[in-house]
Design a protein around this ligand. Structure first.
Ligand SMILES: CC(C)(COP(=O)(O)OP(=O)(O)OC[C@H]1O[C@@H](n2cnc3c(N)ncnc32)[C@H](O)[C@@H]1OP(=O)(O)O)[C@@H](O)C(=O)NCCC(=O)NCCS
Length: 141
């Protein structure tokens, strides 16, 4: 992901996360200032259709976001994003973790089908009583 990708990324962001707290400035900071952050876009025929990001700190990797434009969902493209993350971090990290809203069935399926296991619940992680599952995958399994 490059700065010039951000308007397309942000269109997908607001479509994917109705009440997103991530601003364009937040994305810019991630790309420019956060040396632990790595963000990737997926393009189809020159158009950005999805993206994902991670924080990779020493041997710890956390997925910070994954989103696919609505019209491109259900085609398996997100599997490619997750596989890319796994390949990218494998030389450095053993485990990838993430948080996912307990009612986000599509995302939980995506992670389950990529080997992620449930590792506990973070109560009220999203506020307003909304909990998160912690999920993780061991890349050496
Ligand atoms: C989660 C998200 C990225 C999945 O993208 P996608 O490209 O549609 O996912 P895929 O087509 O690769 O499908 C992933 C798996 O989830 C399943 N799935 C997709 N939508 C589903 C739904 N609404 N209900 C149940 N399962 C669903 C698919 O069948 C697929 O399973 P498979 O491995 O058996 O094929 C997409 O729904 C999205 O952008 N959602 C909004 C943002 C979001 O919630 N991101 C995750 C934050 S943790």
């Amino acid at each position: 992901m490059e700065i010039e990708d951000l308007s397309a990324v942000y269109e997908i962001e607001v479509e994917a996360f109705k009440n997103t707290t991530w601003t364009m400035e937040a994305y810019t900071r991630e790309l420019v200032m956060n040396k632990f952050a790595h963000y990737f876009v997926m393009e189809l025929d020159g158009e950005i259709i999805g993206y994902t990001g991670i924080w990779l700190v020493v041997d710890q990797c956390q997925i910070t976001t994954v989103a696919m434009s609505r019209k491109m969902r259900g085609k398996g493209y997100s599997h490619i994003l997750i596989q890319h993350i796994k390949d990218f971090v494998k030389p450095q990290a053993d485990v990838i973790s993430l948080e996912v809203r307990v009612d986000n069935t599509a995302a939980m399926r995506l992670y389950e089908h990529n080997g992620f296991k449930y590792g506990g619940v973070r109560k009220n992680y999203y506020g307003e009583g909304l909990d998160a599952h912690v999920m993780w995958v061991n890349l050496n399994d």
